[in-house]
Design a protein around this ligand. Structure first.
Ligand code: ATP
Length: 345
């Protein structure tokens, strides 16, 4: 029976990369029934709500979502859609594997990279607690709790153990934020003691940025509070070819939403130029998560092959292809690999 998945195309380049990804996932042979729902500016204009009730109802039923980027209007006091979904569904792990694709020459990195970022997803300065004390003075509250820090630290170490990885680096600014980042570090140390086979290292966030640029190959698993995770993710994405590449997953105990690291990219929206690789690689993570291992492997292999050939890449990674041409190349590669097997069956 087909597995139901909630599809949230989103805003900006979201619908373009979502349509491309759905085509690729279907070509890869996954048995999926998409439940398409709208969230974001588009939904606000049409239904008067950034996240209509159908979105929650669908995610409650399917428990798994594939999501394009969504825009939150800056004015009007709206809470970010991603923050709202993560809080409501308890998606406390933001998981972002940062890997080089074959053949891709990036300006900053000529060594193969394979690092995984674990970003705490529910608190820190993203708690949204800001107020004006007196005119001209505002305060934003950085919330760090023992519970949230323990569970993200544990998620990173469990992943490291499960995948046979060797090192976890906690990123912080505890020299300045002694209490908040100090608590985060204390939790990471406590969890690290349960995983003696895994090296544990701590790096101050500014130093981490420099080390990531100078010696990115030294990193393995990284764990950090929410805001540093936002910034380090984009830095790491830049190392492997930009935001068009890097996938992500937001995971909790009961639900998971898979989405690219990039935003709505309004500068290229609607022009057929967006690179759908990041959402396609997010779909690979999703397929693995739901046990569709063969379609996941096919789609990942096809992406790697299209990058290795380098003939149908989008503009952000130095090519000239449109979103559709790139997607057609991925689908053609899947078909090329699948056909002989099917003839032989
Ligand atoms: P947000 O605040 O929602 O994260 P943003 O405007 O800060 O959004 P992005 O929307 O992620 O950031 O885009 C940053 C830059 O990267 C833009 O110039 C955009 O064109 C480019 N970019 C992002 N995603 C892609 C993609 N999938 N394909 C091609 N270019 C992209």
């Amino acid at each position: 029976m087909a597995r139901q998945i909630t599809l949230i195309p989103g805003d900006g380049i979201g619908p373009e990369v979502a349509d491309a990804t759905v085509r690729a996932v279907e070509a890869a042979g996954a048995s999926i029934e998409w439940e398409r729902v709208e969230a974001g500016e588009h939904a606000l204009a049409e239904y008067g709500r950034l996240i209509p009730d159908e979105v929650y109802a669908s995610l409650e039923a399917t428990r798994i979502g594939l999501k394009g980027p969504t825009a939150t209007p800056i004015a009007g006091g709206h809470q970010s859609i991603n923050v709202a979904l993560r809080k409501k569904l308890g998606l406390y792990v933001n998981f972002r594997p940062v890997r080089m694709l074959p053949g891709l020459k990036t300006r900053y990195c000529d060594v193969p990279l394979d690092m995984v970022i674990f970003r705490e997803n529910t608190e820190d300065l993203y708690a949204g607690l800001e107020h004006e004390i007196i005119p001209g003075v505002v305060e934003s509250l950085k919330i760090i709790t023992h519970n949230a820090s323990m569970r993200i630290a544990r998620a990173s170490f469990e992943y490291a153990r499960h995948e046979g990885r060797s090192k976890v680096t906690a990123i912080h600014k505890a020299n300045i934020m002694k209490l908040s980042d100090g608590l985060f570090l204390k939790c990471c140390r406590e969890v690290s003691a349960e995983f003696p086979e895994i090296d544990y290292q701590e790096l101050i966030v500014d130093n981490a940025c420099m080390q990531l640029v100078m010696r990115p190959e030294k990193f393995d698993i990284l764990v950090m509070p929410n805001l540093y995770g936002d910034i380090i993710s984009d830095l790491a994405a830049g190392l492997v070819g930009g935001l068009g590449i890097v996938p992500g997953a937001n995971m909790g105990d009961h639900h998971a939403i898979f989405e690219a690291v990039h935003g709505t990219a309004p500068d290229i929206a609607g022009k057929g130029l967006a690179n759908p690789t990041a959402l396609m690689q997010s779909a690979v993570l999703m397929l693995e998560h739901i046990g569709e291992r063969e379609p996941a492997a096919r789609l990942q292999a096809a992406l790697r092959q299209v990058y290795a050939a380098g003939e149908h890449l989008t503009g952000d990674v130095g090519g000239r292809a449109s979103t559709a041409e790139f997607t057609d190349a991925v689908i053609a590669e899947i078909a090329r690999v699948r056909e002989p097997a099917e003839v032989g069956d």
